[in-house]
Design a protein around this ligand. Structure first.
Ligand code: BJ8
Length: 371
């Protein structure tokens, strides 16, 4: 069997646009805090609109500052150029009050699309949770009204179960990299996780993932050599995959975990199907350890645990240029990494190709230092 997740992603994208033509609603999202279960339970397809290439950025410069994070500029650039089929197909776009750049971008985006912004609290205390639960209830009402559907408890429970299963399977896949040597490379893992967001047919995806995991477990690793093991953390890595992940591997090291929104931030913590489902959804999403939160200590704890669990030698913290919250957290993550016995490097970059050589030199020096 061939495990081509990129091919499955392509097939799903085409089928999705076909479904759209037949009347299926598409809801664009920009953040891991988007409660996708509610969108799915409303009979719509949630699709990620975060852009990961440089090409639409220039189109955003008339309205957004040049020194803004490339993820925001590229995503907005696609709204302006209308060159992203997912953005074009989205009936509604969901935003959250995360970083300042994204918040202001959603104001501009509302000129192009129907935008609904969820008020994400800045903290994770009891009062914040109450606000977030209210937001989830309002969001359910909003979806019901705008999509002319009823989100029943039964449908929501069924959807939560599917998403829990999907998270379980993807976590099992990521757990395989705890083996030393790992049967899956970081770039393969990244490709699967990245494609995963665009494969809306969850049953087909779960089935393919389960048999992929079995095949990886059977892989003969007896001749594989030990390599230096790296954890990637920080901003989403989709736009810097070639210049960071691929270059690390090209230099002979292994990426064993992604503590970012391409990886574990998106996949940890399941949702209970007992009691108040909306409350359970709110609780799960508020646990995401993103740097936009005041006192985001949970991220340091995750890093420390990962270093032990994945037997990591080094942590590379990706900071997209202009992302102040992740930039400020670098010292905290450096300390956490050192405490757990791993070397640390922060890497500030954007979506351009200008710093490919410079990044290679820095990676070479860092990986050499691990020896
Ligand atoms: S949960 S990481 S997807 S906010 S990199 S746009 S924070 S300036 S992407 Fe993010 Fe949600 Fe957090 Fe994840 Fe702003 Fe930083 Fe750019 Fe960012």
């Amino acid at each position: 069997m061939k495990y081509d997740f990129i091919e499955l992603k392509k097939r799903n994208s085409l089928a999705l646009l076909d479904l759209k033509a037949k009347g299926k609603s598409i809801v664009g999202t920009f953040c891991t805090y988007s409660p996708k279960e509610l969108i799915y339970a409303a009979g719509a397809v949630p699709i990620s609109l975060c852009a990961y290439d440089e090409s639409p950025i220039n189109a955003a410069h008339a309205e957004l500052p040049r020194n803004l994070c490339p993820l925001i500029k590229a995503s907005y650039g696609y709204a302006v150029t209308k060159k992203c089929p997912y953005m074009n197909a989205s009936d509604i776009i969901i935003g959250e009050t995360t970083c300042d750049g994204k918040k202001k971008m959603y104001e501009l985006l509302a000129k192009h699309k129907e935008v609904h912004v969820l008020e994400l609290p800045n903290m994770t205390n009891k009062r914040s949770l109450e606000l977030w639960i209210d937001e989830m209830r309002d969001f359910k009402d909003y979806l019901e009204k705008h999509l002319d559907v009823k989100i029943t408890d039964e449908k929501l429970k069924e959807t939560i179960e599917i998403f829990n299963k999907e998270r379980d399977v993807l976590n099992k896949l990521m757990d395989l990299a705890k083996l030393d040597p790992s049967p899956i490379s970081g770039s393969e893992m990244h490709q699967v996780l990245f494609a995963s967001d665009f494969i809306y047919n969850k049953k087909e995806k779960i089935k393919m993932l389960c048999s992929y995991i079995e095949a990886l477990k059977q892989k003969d690793m007896s001749k594989a050599k030990h390599k230096k093991r790296i954890i990637i953390t920080g901003c989403p890595s989709g736009g810097v995959y070639e210049k960071v992940i691929k270059q690390i591997e090209g230099l002979g090291a292994d990426v064993v975990a992604f503590e970012n929104c391409t990886g574990t931030k998106n996949l940890k913590n399941n949702i209970s199907t007992q009691g108040d489902l909306i409350e359970n959804i709110a609780k799960r999403y508020l646990k995401i350890p993103c740097s936009v939160m005041y006192k985001n200590d949970a991220r340091s704890d995750v890093i420390k645990n990962f270093i032990t669990e994945y037997k990591a030698d080094g942590v590379i913290d990706i900071v997209l240029s202009g992302c102040h919250t992740y930039a400020i957290e670098t010292n905290k993550i450096k300390e956490a990494s050192k405490e757990a016995g791993a070397s640390y490097m922060s890497l500030e970059t954007d979506y351009s190709k200008q710093d490919v050589g410079q990044i290679r030199t820095r990676l070479e020096a860092f990986l050499e230092f691990l020896d």
